[in-house]
Design a protein around this ligand. Structure first.
Ligand SMILES: Nc1ncnc2c1ncn2[C@@H]1O[C@H](COP(=O)(O)OP(=O)(O)OP(=O)(O)O)[C@@H](O)[C@H]1O
Ligand SMILES: [Mg+2]
Length: 1079
């Protein structure tokens, strides 16, 4: 939404002087000072802008500011030059009204800067595009060029415009710039040859010498040293804050942008150099025979160089400086020039050369920037003309300048009043006559065709006879004496006879801006602006591209005997044209004021400002503006601004704005004489009324502000609360969501765990099944593969090469085995079990089989052998076996018994008749009958006895008689003791207490001991009632002899016993048996 503001907002002092209350010069200046102190350099008087020169750069000309002021109404923002520029541009563009911007003010007040600001603003806001931008750039860049050639440092201004400039900028219907036309007015050319103290010549001279390259300077035959040139004042050649060298580059660049060709620039610089050279030409007097002095050039070097620069012949110029040809009708009179005249001629040439060059520059720029001829252009003119000047010594230039300002003031008053009047008529307000000072009378004094000062000056100049400044002054004194604004000591009016501030050679004019004293000296000359024809012809002849254009009157073919128009005439004429031009346009005024004479910021000199306020007629301006109504405002903005003061219009007025304002005024009880209703505006007569409205508004705004604040605070608190509440809900929602999410996540993860376990379980189960299935399949596959393999192998084995080896091997093995077995069959040992022979093993690998076969064969052979046994033989072998079990490895005698067959009945007792009786005495069959030695217990000697063994008893009988000596039933035998040695001793031990034991045990010796003991053991074992018979085998045992127990000890006998066993009784208790060791 666009914010509606007003000039009245945040005003420092008053932004529009029309509202000043009370209106006086003091309050006017105090307001300006107040605003100036607050950096408010612009103040309005209605639509006129007063601009104070700040003498420093303020941050109010930025692109942002341009945007701020763009398309805003004039009174909407605080006063600014941009507001005026915007207003002018918009009414040009939108209402098709040609505009002119008149910038006035004294030297150094900021006119040129203001004109540049206006131009740059318009350039910024108007259309864009490549072509448009080029035009803009050319228009803007014409300024530095013209400033370099037309501006100079003066005591008042370091960049003082020494010419008047009016620039028409032309726009198309859209408001895009098309081009422009510059008009220049009266360059202060006297400055070329002489500058007042503390001032400089035109900038370009200094810029050229400081900024041009050595090469350029050489070409121009110039020296960088300013002091080498008479036309350049030395005391103020350097200006603070002015960089001539840099500015030269800017100017060159600007010339290029504007469209100067390189050779044109060169030509221009050559002329500038020529002017400098010209100043260095000096003359010396040379007496002639006729008594007159003639001038001669002192040093011709400068002349020569100048002629080279201009392309003129040296002699022609030399002559032109020495002679003057005057042509009158058909006559030609040639007179010599004295030194003073020569200097005059030189300076005149310099001034003319420079001023014509300047005019040429303007024309050339115009050529570049001119718009293509089209139907109609809208035009905005910007006038930057030298300001009203009052110097200590004022001459023709000041007179002309002040005349111009006088004219501008006139047009200003006329147009302001006219505008005011027009507005009243437009608005239907009754027009009341306004008293104001009209300076038309002063203009008339100067420009009147019959008796105006300029006309009289021209008259004097044209008059034949002696014409001097004095004669001119006399003429003024006679003709203008009565004029109210003319003052002279010698005038007929006696008023000034005693006025010593008015010298005799001066006259004074009461300008609208103050009285100015003019010295008459030089008026005639300057008005004549005489350049000797010889010089102009010499210049015309020059071989230089510009000269013919600059000095057209030098063309001998077009010799014009008529005097050229005077400077005054020309100026009056061009001012007249300018005024007519301005009157056709809508004027906009910028009135520049300089705050001090020191070119310093922050200094506000009241007296100086007061002086300017006076001569600019600003108070007048305010009065004119306020004569009827001080303030006016369109109904809409007025209602908008004050509607809050009335309940009916606040906050909205639905009807037409005018009615709203009427209601408002009625409600506020503003006296009716204080305001008037126009067609579109309300007019307020007195600023007081406006300020009271403003004050009420301010109060009301405060109340409104409080209300707004209250509502705002309430709203803020409420919205804060609502926000908190909303936030709380959001937070709670988020928290709940968070909690639920967490819960959900937990459940989800638990579910996932359970699920995963279940799935795991299912998966494992499935896996098991699948594995099982797979294993089955694999097994099936394997089995079938094996089966198929087997099948295939079986079927195809025979075809397998791999099996050949095995087959061959098996075959070989079979063959070997076959051969082995067949060989074995043929080499079989005998069937005797004791035959230990066995064929040698043919192969090492048959070792096990061979030995097994040997064992099997042996066992089989033994079995065969055993199967052939009879019962008796079997019994014999059983006995042998038992003997072996009892004695093998226990008794040395055993080995010798093995080969002896157990015959048993060695005595053939049944057959031998000798023992018939004994035999018959036996109730049982005799199992063994042998002769044994019964060892005598007394001496150890043996007695032969027959030993019989039956199934039940052991019988000892006498060998010779066959008489039974002792019969011992087997059950009475407890044990049999034998030695370990090869003897045949054995003791039969009887059961104690038995009947047989009375005689004691029997110690016997037999050759068949092994057989006897074996049979005894066998029999005893088979006897029904006998216990197992113990066989005690040891080398020492006890034998019970009747009452004694005797130890029988067997020792290895020595050699004395020979090979026989001897038994000796050693003592009662020891019976020693020596057994030969080699038995
Ligand atoms: N708006 C401004 N902001 C800053 N400085 C300014 C402004 N206006 C003027 N000046 C300063 O004042 C100086 C003089 O201004 P300017 O040349 O515009 O004066 P002028 O009125 O054209 O004088 P003259 O009549 O001699 O040409 C400038 O060189 C500049 O330093
Ligand atoms: Mg200027």
């Amino acid at each position: 939404m666009e914010v509606k503001t007003s000039l009245l907002d945040n005003m420092i002092g008053v932004g529009d002087m029309v509202l000043l209350e009370p209106l006086s010069e003091d309050s006017f200046i105090a307001n300006l000072r107040n605003r100036f102190d607050h950096n408010e350099i612009y103040t309005y008087i209605g639509s006129v802008v007063i601009s104070m020169n700040p003498y420093r750069s303020l941050p109010i000309f930025t692109p942002e500011k341009v945007e701020e002021y763009r398309n805003r109404n004039f009174y909407e923002l605080s006063p600014h030059i941009y507001a005026l520029a915007d207003e002018a541009y918009r009414s040009l563009r939108d209402q098709d009204k040609d505009q002119c911007i008149l910038i006035t003010g004294e030297s150094g007040a900021g006119k040129t800067e203001a004109s540049k600001l206006v131009m740059s603003y318009v350039a910024a806001v108007c259309g864009k595009g490549q072509e448009v931008n080029k035009v803009k750039e050319q228009l803007l860049q014409s300024n530095p060029v013209l400033e370099a050639f037309g501006n100079a440092k003066t005591v008042r201004n370091d960049n003082s415009s020494r010419f008047g400039k009016y620039m028409d900028i032309e726009f198309d219907f859209k408001g895009d710039p098309l081009g422009g036309v510059i008009s220049n007015y009266l360059l202060e050319k006297s400055r070329v040859v002489k500058q007042p103290r503390g001032e400089r010549n035109f900038h370009i001279f200094y810029q050229l010498l400081s900024g041009a390259s050595d090469d350029t300077l050489k070409k121009l035959k110039l020296d960088r040293d300013f002091s080498k040139y008479n036309y350049l004042s030395l005391d103020s050649a350097a200006v603070n804050g002015l960089d001539d060298a840099a500015n030269f580059r800017t100017v060159r660049n600007a010339m290029q942008i504007v469209g100067f060709m390189e050779d044109e620039v060169q030509s221009v610089l050559e002329l500038v150099a020529a002017v400098l050279k010209l100043g260095n030409i000096e003359f010396k007097p040379e007496s002639r025979c006729n008594g007159n002095d003639e001038s001669r050039i002192k040093d011709k070097n400068d002349l020569k160089e100048m002629c080279e620069l201009l392309g003129t012949e040296q002699t022609v110029l030399e002559r032109a400086f020495s002679y003057r040809t005057v042509e009158a009708k058909q006559e030609k009179v040639c007179t010599t020039l004295n030194v003073a005249q020569a200097y005059y001629a030189r300076d005149a040439l310099a001034k003319n050369l420079y001023s014509r060059l300047f005019s040429w520059l303007v024309t050339r720029i115009n050529e570049s920037i001119k718009a293509a001829p089209k139907s109609r252009h809208k035009v905005m003119g910007v006038l930057d003309i030298y300001g009203f000047e009052i110097f200590e010594e004022n001459s023709f230039e000041q007179f002309i300048i002040n005349y111009c300002n006088e004219k501008l003031q006139q047009i200003f008053i006329e147009l302001t009043l006219r505008e005011e009047q027009e507005e009243y008529i437009r608005e239907g307000i009754e027009w009341t006559n306004i008293e104001y000072f009209n300076n038309a009378i002063i203009c008339d004094l100067i420009e009147n065709h019959q008796n105006g000062i300029l006309a009289m000056l021209d008259e004097e100049c044209l008059r034949p006879g002696t014409v001097t400044d004095e004669t001119f002054l006399d003429k003024l004194n006679t003709i203008c004496a009565e004029h109210l604004h003319f003052e002279s000591r010698l005038s007929k009016s006696s008023k000034f006879l005693t006025d010593h501030s008015l010298p005799h050679n001066c006259f004074r004019i009461q300008h609208y801006a103050g009285k100015v004293l003019y010295r008459a000296e030089g008026f005639v000359d300057k008005n004549n602006d005489l350049l000797y024809r010889d010089l102009s012809q010499a210049m015309y002849k020059a071989n230089h591209s510009l000269m013919k254009q600059l000095f057209p009157e030098g063309n001998p073919a077009k010799v014009n005997l008529k005097r050229p128009p005077t400077a005054g005439f020309q100026f009056r004429h061009s001012v007249g044209t300018l005024m007519r031009n301005l009157q056709t346009k809508n004027p906009n005024y910028i009135r520049c004021i300089k705050p001090n004479d020191k070119k310093a910021s922050h200094i506000f000199t009241d007296s100086l400002v007061c002086h300017q306020v006076r001569y600019l007629g600003l108070m007048e301006n305010v009065r004119v503006r306020r004569a009827g109504y001080a303030f006016r405002q369109a109904y809409e903005p007025c209602l908008e601004r004050y509607k809050m003061l009335c309940k009916r219009t606040w906050p909205h007025w639905r009807g037409p704005a005018r009615e709203g304002v009427e209601v408002l005024m009625a409600d506020l009880t503003v006296p009716t004489e204080e305001f008037s209703y126009g067609r579109s505006k309300v007019f307020i007569r007195n600023p007081r009324t406006l300020f009271s409205l403003e004050e009420r508004r301010r109060q009301c705004l405060q109340d409104l502000a409080t209300l707004i604040q209250k509502i705002y605070r309430g709203w803020k608190c409420r919205s804060h609360f609502l926000l908190l509440k909303k936030s709380q809900i959001v937070v709670a929602a988020w928290f709940r969501r968070y909690a639920q999410q967490n819960k959900y996540k937990r459940i989800k993860s638990a579910t996932t765990v359970v699920q995963s376990y279940t799935r795991g379980w299912q998966a494992r189960k499935l896996l098991r099944e699948l594995k099982y299935q797979k294993r089955c399949e694999e097994a099936v596959t394997t089995i079938s593969a094996y089966w198929h393999g087997t099948q295939v192998r079986r079927e195809y084995r025979k075809f397998f090469r791999a099996n050949a080896g095995k087959k061959i091997y098996n075959f070989t093995i079979q063959r070997i085995m076959q051969k082995y077995f067949l060989g074995l069959k043929s080499t079989m040992p005998s069937m005797s079990p004791i035959d230990k022979s066995w064929p040698v093993k043919p192969y090492l690998f048959l070792d096990g089989v061979h030995s097994d076969l040997r064992r099997i064969f042996h066992l089989w052979r033994c079995k065969k052998y055993r199967s052939e046994f009879t019962e008796e033989k079997k019994a014999v072998f059983e006995e042998k076996l038992e003997a072996s079990e009892i004695f093998k490895d226990k008794k040395a005698l055993y080995a010798s018994s093995v080969s002896q067959p157990f015959i048993g009945d060695y005595l053939e007792i049944s057959k031998n008749p000798k023992y018939q009786k004994l035999n018959s005495a036996m109730d049982e069959k005799v199992l063994l009958a042998d002769v044994v030695n019964k060892i005598n217990r007394a001496n150890g000697k043996g007695t032969a006895r027959i030993f019989l063994l039956t199934k039940n008893s052991v019988v000892l009988a006498d060998q010779k008689t066959g008489q039974v000596k002792a019969s011992v039933p087997l059950p009475d035998l407890t044990s049999v003791s034998v030695s370990t040695q090869s003897d045949g001793f054995f003791a039969l031990k009887l059961k104690e207490g038995s009947a047989s034991a009375i005689k004691g045990d029997f110690l016997l010796s037999s050759e068949h001991l092994i057989e006897i003991i074996t049979k005894l053991h066998r029999t005893g074992a088979t006897a029904a009632d006998s216990e197992q018979l113990n066989i005690d085998i040891s080398d020492e045992f006890l034998v019970q002899f009747k009452h004694d127990k005797v130890c029988v000890k067997f020792i290895q006998g020595g050699p004395k016993n020979g090979n026989s066993v001897s038994c000796k009784r050693k003592n009662n208790r020891l019976l020693e048996v020596s057994v030969p060791s080699t038995v």
